[in-house]
Design a protein around this ligand. Structure first.
Ligand SMILES: [Zn+2]
Length: 397
């Protein structure tokens, strides 16, 4: 503010000077009484902008790994995906014939297939506990009101609703109901599902998704409240707000890690990957706290407004370079969203993928796989970045 004021002051004559100085001082005092508190997102972008450039080597085609999350008929999807350069696919296993076919066709092309586990899977609950109501996450009255507003919004872009990504509007919540993982029965239901998933011969592993909070912070159901009360008693030094953030994050991390450990007990060779979603607002890039094989964190979200490339690069750097801050096992991977509304142009996709690679992240996951396969312009961009002229896929070797 000061610099811009003095530059202007030097170029004007006296009659206007007093008025301009008054306006400047008003602005200065305004910023003094309302200091800006940077959001977790702004902190990441600013820190990465001032950090010394890392020795990021340009990733060769062979070092890059592309994975896709989607579905469809194995016969339609696998050959097309292989041609573009996909090394791994994440698909649902409910249709067991189709899932087995995915594995079979994937194997012929050196492509790994993961079964998709998600916290909103009410049928998985009902299968495990047919006589009990699913223990769903509970939100505050204000958050429920925000949910009703979002559900009632039928405009094409839903007024910039971000569907579980970092919100741009004042208050957002996830439309999809999620199970409360503080209820000890929930992990038991998913353990049964993991048994089922790993029973498919040749499956590469399990991909976790939607493991988070519907209001992006915490759950307010009776079970969660009781467990939080115990946590508060154990941490009297923390304010209520900080204690709730820590309780929510620690239990979220623990749930992921318990699922991951369980997969290894069933099949030590099986891989565990996860996409950090929905966003956890107090710490958007918490994924490196998870002890699994690949942690996918969002680097370029789906919707308007598209993330600027500085942010994409900053997030990609954190995702790749801090992947082993807490555990030696995980690889970091960047998620790029690609969907029907609004459609990203080829130039936009190219800029986003380049920013991810410039940030030093060589593993890229895209959702939705099917939108990429069905849009020639998008398919061409991904093929240019990941297509291997020899027809081999990096992770399938
Ligand atoms: Zn709960």
């Amino acid at each position: 503010m000061k610099r811009s004021c003095s530059a202007v002051i030097g170029s004007i004559r006296k009659p206007g000077l007093f008025l301009l100085l008054t306006l400047c001082f008003q602005n200065i005092s305004f910023t003094q009484i309302q200091p800006e508190t940077p959001s977790p997102e702004q902190k990441i972008v600013r820190r990465e902008a001032t950090r010394l450039p890392a020795k990021v080597q340009v990733a060769t085609m062979e070092q890059r790994v592309l994975s896709g999350w989607g579905g469809g008929k194995a016969e339609d999807v696998v050959p097309k995906a292989a041609e573009i350069g996909f090394a791994e696919l994440v698909v649902h296993h409910e249709d067991s014939t189709n899932f087995a076919r995915f594995i079979e066709l994937g194997k012929q092309r050196g492509m790994g297939i993961y079964a998709w586990l998600f916290l909103g899977d009410i049928p998985a609950w009902k299968k495990a506990y047919p006589d009990f109501e699913p223990p769903l996450q509970v939100m505050s009255a204000t958050e429920d009101e925000a949910l009703r507003r979002i559900q009632a919004d039928k405009t094409p872009g839903k007024s910039r609703y971000q569907f579980g990504g970092e919100p741009v509007n004042e208050m957002e919540v996830l439309e999809t109901p999620l199970l409360c993982f503080h209820d000890p029965r929930v992990i038991e239901a998913f353990k049964k599902q993991i048994d089922e998933m790993l029973n498919f011969p040749g499956v590469k592993g399990v991909a976790l998704d939607y493991i988070g909070y519907r209001n992006y912070r915490s759950c307010l159901c009776q079970t969660s409240r009781l467990q939080f009360a115990v946590y508060q008693e154990q941490h009297p030094e923390l304010s209520r707000e900080l204690a709730l953030d820590r309780f929510s994050l620690e239990t979220l991390v623990a749930f992921n890690n318990r699922l991951s450990a369980y997969v290894k007990t069933v099949s030590p060779a099986a891989q565990v990957i996860t996409h950090i979603y929905p966003v956890y607002l107090p710490e958007p890039l918490y994924g490196n706290r998870l002890n699994l094989d690949v942690c996918v964190q969002t680097a370029a979200w789906f919707f308007d407004p598209f993330w600027n490339t500085n942010k994409i690069k900053a997030y990609a750097r954190v995702i790749a370079q801090e992947a082993n801050r807490y555990h030696s096992r995980p690889h970091g991977a960047a998620l790029i969203g690609y969907g029907k509304y609004p459609v990203k142009s080829g130039a936009r996709l190219t800029a986003e993928l380049q920013a991810i690679l410039d940030g030093g992240c060589t593993r890229v996951h895209v959702c939705s796989l099917n939108d990429v396969l069905n849009t020639p312009e998008a398919a061409q961009v991904f093929r240019r970045f990941f297509g291997n002229p020899n027809g081999k896929n990096a992770a399938g070797k």
